[in-house]
Design a protein around this ligand. Structure first.
Ligand code: PLP
Length: 394
């Protein structure tokens, strides 16, 4: 007898993967230029040239036994110190290496944080629209996801619904700003209001409700919009970060869990995260790229291309009658679908070889996610297709 839930996860391909495979099949028939694949969030710009230069420099000038050997389970101490300094410079904070656990991307960070906190039956509050893997991670760790419906006019937090979702089983709240899939950025006011509620509710229930902030898109924000540093607002914050998007390194699997001292004072949260990572085998993130990320931590890939893409797509879609909330960051747009059934809408789009993802999987039906981390010319060529799709509803 196998684990039923794992077999189910392993055999059901995600909608995004299905679309991606469909795109490859169609490209073989109609030509790659005639397939408009906006399904996957794989960064389309190269990492900064310093990434490769640093990797080569490390490989050429380090002891090969050390560089390919194990680091400490929680990451090389010099790497953790360098990341602490990078964060301190940016956010006027005072972290040390001991606040950082180097993880295998944001996925590893989230799994370690969730498992470290979760006792059987604990609830984790998630706001729609949300990154679908949250549900997988929470349930795998024995928790339950409590979903707060979206405010579809702004994609900010629906606070009334949020307050009524919290109860004595609430262990943590997960936020993701800039957000996949809506692109929304939570303002200072939003974070402050969230923190005030969490403080009140923690007092009411006599135990901290933790705030996990999932921030792989922290640097991908437009028009100088501020991405508030969440630990400044709430003591019991755990930051999950990744170099997958900002440095365009999703395949190298480096991120971190940051547990501030303020979060560690009531209960040993850092130890719980460390133990959780050990229990799920997420120790010792890839050694070479730990070092590369430490040396490139203050850089980003050329993310200006995403802003260009966003502007072209947003203006084009709005002119064809699509309703889109302007994204403040990420490389996703999340317009309303032109019929209530978003799955039917995306199926119709497929007939035009336009591959976009139904919103229902993100907990927000009636919308579709468009990943615009693609070459700009693909967006330009796809605009007439989006127009045709809109016209097919008139
Ligand atoms: N969180 C969000 C919101 C994401 O969009 C992603 C990846 O797309 C992840 C976490 C996982 O990131 P990583 O590839 O660093 O594990």
């Amino acid at each position: 007898m196998l684990s039923e839930s794992c077999v189910k996860l392993g055999t059901s391909r995600s909608v995004i993967r299905e679309l991606f495979e469909f795109g490859k099949q169609r490209a073989a028939i109609v030509g790659a230029d005639n397939v408009f694949d906006f399904s996957i969030g794989n960064p389309s710009v190269a990492p900064p040239k310093e990434v490769n230069e640093t990797a080569v420099d490390i490989l050429n000038n380090s002891d090969p036994v050390a560089i390919h050997g194990y680091t400490s389970a929680n990451g090389d101490i010099a790497v953790r110190q360098a990341l602490a300094e990078s964060v301190n410079k940016r956010f006027a904070s005072n972290y040390t290496a001991d606040n950082f656990y180097i993880s295998t991307g944001a996925a590893g960070a989230l799994c370690s944080a969730i498992k470290g906190l979760c006792c059987l039956g604990d609830e984790f509050v998630v706001f729609a629209p949300y990154f679908p893997e949250y549900k997988v991670f929470i349930e795998a760790m024995g928790g339950k996801m409590a979903l707060v419906p979206a405010d579809i006019d702004t994609f900010q937090i629906n606070f009334d619904a949020f307050v009524s979702t919290i109860n004595d089983k609430t262990k943590a709240v997960i936020i993701n700003s800039p957000n996949n899939p809506s692109g929304a950025v939570y303002s200072r006011e939003t974070i402050k209001q969230l923190a005030d509620i969490l403080r009140d509710k923690s007092n009411e229930y006599g135990q901290p409700i933790y705030l996990i902030t999932d921030e792989p898109y922290r640097e991908i924000a437009y028009n100088g919009v501020e991405i508030p540093w969440v630990p400044d607002f709430y003591d019991y914050t755990i930051v999950c970060y990744s170099y997958s998007k900002s440095l365009s390194l999703p395949g190298e699997r480096i991120g971190y869990v940051l547990v501030p001292d303020s979060c560690n004072k009531e209960e040993p949260v850092y130890a719980a995260v460390t133990g959780a990572a050990r229990a799920i085998g997420h120790v010792n993130a890839p050694s070479l790229f730990q070092r590369v990320c430490a040396r490139c931590a203050d850089m980003t890939a050329d993310i200006s291309i995403y802003e260009t893409n966003r502007n072209i797509l947003l203006e084009g879609l709005r002119s064809f009658g699509y309703h889109c909330v302007e994204p403040g960051g990420t490389f996703y747009l999340f317009p309303r679908t032109l019929e209530a059934d978003d799955i039917a809408f995306c199926e119709r789009a497929k007939q035009y070889d336009l591959l976009i993802v139904p919103g229902v999987g993100f907990g927000c039906p009636g919308h579709t996610r468009i990943s615009y981390c693609v070459p700009t010319e693909r967006i330009e060529r796809a605009l007439p297709v989006f127009k045709k799709l809109a016209e097919s509803y008139r």
